[in-house]
Design a protein around this ligand. Structure first.
Ligand code: F6R
Length: 261
């Protein structure tokens, strides 16, 4: 795991955008795995700026989102399809046909999960998967104790996750309690993973993910198995790490070709 600690979430998001932009510049038909949530919003804004000001071209890019609430159509304002359209897709020159979000309204959800896996394979696999981290260590909607080898599946959201996300819903009761999500095995198949976690609420999850044992109780710890996982943190979220000085040391002694952005 490559751990990059930056002074602020703002700087971390700009770096994350730079990393993704480089992938798109080097491979114009790249396949991007995307996340929703509060964390990547600033990163998407920076990618939009790079598109507008520097001509970053998404016309041949394909995307696959991590997850979607069950029962929400893409027109629902709380759906992740809607989130992606509003916060990213409609501001860049991406072909909407190439943007994939699991269909939470599919009549056969199991078939939708299998089909999603197949569509990722057909696209050639994911070049870089963007991830956030839940306070309980979840990635995608893979909640604690879910199989570390899981493929796209149906998950019951934990009470903590629902409470963390309830602010945007207005009420806990109104929230869907189930979601479709790429599995941890699906995420680990991406050629590169890029996880962002900022703020004091993520301290414990970051500590367990980076320095804890590889364990299903912290799904994010599965990234320890990934040959190319980059984790971008800020001072707040990295406050519980025992080896923070070591990560800073490694970061400041990289060879030129090892540097990100
Ligand atoms: C979102 C997702 C989730 C979030 C995580 C953190 O597509 O898969 O794992 O990344 O819940 O959410 P925020 O960024 O809102 O703290």
């Amino acid at each position: 795991m490559e751990i990059l600690i930056r002074d602020s979430a703002e700087i971390g998001c700009i770096l994350g955008a730079k990393i993704i932009a480089r992938v798109v510049r080097e491979k114009p038909d790249a396949v991007l795995g995307l996340a929703t949530g509060r964390t990547p919003l600033r990163l998407y804004q920076e990618l939009i700026r790079l598109h507008r000001d520097e001509g970053l071209d998404f016309s041949r890019v394909t995307t696959f989102n991590l997850d979607e609430y069950i029962g929400f159509a893409g027109t629902h304002v709380q759906s992740y399809r809607y989130f992606m359209r509003e916060n990213f897709f409609r501001h860049i020159n991406i072909d909407p046909q190439r943007t994939h979000v699991p269909d939470g309204t599919a009549t056969n959800l199991h078939a939708e999960c299998r089909g999603y896996e197949q569509r990722i394979l057909d696209a050639g696999g994911i070049d870089i998967q963007l991830l956030g981290l839940g306070r309980n260590g979840h990635i995608g909607f893979n909640e604690p104790t879910g199989s570390l080898r899981s493929r796209t599946w149906i998950k019951i959201l934990s009470e903590q996750t629902l409470r963390d996300n309830s602010a945007v819903f207005g009420s806990f009761e109104a929230m869907p309690k189930h979601a479709l999500t790429m599995g941890i095995g699906t995420i680990l198949d991406a050629r590169r993973c890029l996880l962002l976690a900022f703020g004091p609420a993520k301290v414990r999850a970051v500590e367990h993910m980076v320095e804890g044992p590889l364990a299903a109780i912290c799904p994010g710890s599965a990234l320890q198995l990934h040959p190319r996982a980059t984790v971008i943190l800020d001072e707040n979220s990295s406050a519980g790490l025992h080896y923070a000085d070591h990560y800073r040391w490694v970061d400041s002694h990289k060879l030129d070709w090892q540097r990100n952005g």
